[in-house]
Design a protein around this ligand. Structure first.
Ligand SMILES: [Zn+2]
Length: 316
């Protein structure tokens, strides 16, 4: 228990961010939401994250039988890779998934193959371990606008394409907050400067769609949230600025892709230029650390984002 407590960050409205221990500290979160003794997880990390999630329940005195929902915002494995293993530990939970994602959780072989194509088999195993399928009977297919109950609160599940076609976000109108998965981008706490948050898009293969993503950001902001909880990582509050920068940066990624679309060394140029562009954003933001630290914090995302931009270019 003591070591799990260091991985928890408590927020208002019964929300706790749990470090999924994915790749490095504070890279990916699962959010635990507690209301009137009932609980939900929003995103689950990977199978390796399970001890932290169950440790968080113990720390909050919640019995696994009192967890009603596992809300998988989308089926990318850093968000839902651990959902099957988690469901085995939660006897009464249902796992809510977008209609386009349901078959991937019930039968994860295609998801596993796709991820091995991105990462290679060895890294896949160390990142994700065993992916446990979820029986159809325990899946709840979240149609657009579905409202579910958690204790005394209502959670609205809205479809938000752009990062992935099978992505939904979780809106809690009464508390004026949203769980955004990857739709509102990435804001690592490592980049905070005097409490000021830094944001950038995640354009992971294979569904990146810049127009749809900007519309989804607008849709989230139309609920006038006071806080958004990102899987990467946890709470952000300076939402008007972050939404504006997020959309500018989505368009900047798309423009960068188009600039190099026909270049013979497209892959290399895209990666170098994306690092330079993001480093300039960090300069503007006042981030004081050097290139070595910037590469350490950004290179995995730059690789994924460039792969996603290239898939988008090839689809166009
Ligand atoms: Zn994702």
């Amino acid at each position: 228990m003591p070591e799990v407590v260091s991985k928890l960050t408590d927020f208002a409205a019964g929300i706790t961010a749990i470090d999924a221990d994915y790749v490095r500290p504070r890279l990916a979160a699962s959010h635990l939401v507690i209301d009137a003794g009932r609980a939900a997880f929003v995103d689950t990390g990977t199978t390796h994250s399970l001890p932290n999630l169950l440790g968080a329940l113990a720390a909050k005195n919640i019995d696994p039988a009192d967890v009603d929902w596992v809300l998988a915002t989308h089926v990318h494995l850093d968000h839902a890779g651990g959902a099957g293993a988690l469901m085995q530990a939660l006897p009464n939970a249902r796992c809510a998934v977008h209609p386009r994602g349901a078959r991937h959780l019930a039968e994860p072989s295609k998801l596993i193959a796709g991820s091995i194509a991105v990462y290679g088999r060895e890294r896949f195993n160390s990142l994700y371990g065993v992916i446990v399928p979820i029986p159809d009977s325990r899946l709840f297919v979240a149609e657009e606008g579905t409202v579910i109950a958690l204790g005394g609160r209502q959670l609205e599940l809205i479809h938000t394409p752009g990062h992935a076609l099978h992505h939904y976000c979780v809106v809690d109108r009464a508390h004026e907050l949203i769980f955004s998965g990857d739709t509102f981008g990435i804001s690592y706490r490592d980049f905070d400067v005097d409490g000021r948050e830094f944001i950038f898009p995640t354009t992971t293969p294979v569904h990146f769609d810049p127009e749809a993503l900007c519309l989804s950001v607008d849709r989230l902001m139309s609920y006038r949230p006071r806080a958004i909880y990102l899987t990467h990582y946890a709470e952000v509050r300076d939402l008007a600025r972050l939404a504006r920068e997020m959309k500018e940066r989505v368009r900047a990624y798309a423009d960068l892709g188009q600039r190099y679309a026909a270049a013979p060394d497209r892959a290399l140029r895209l990666r170098k230029s994306m690092f330079a562009m993001m480093s300039a954003w960090l300069d503007e933001h006042g981030f004081p650390r050097d290139d070595g630290e910037r590469h350490r914090l950004l290179d995995d995302d730059i690789e994924l984002n460039c792969q996603g931009v290239e898939v988008w270019l090839d689809r166009k």
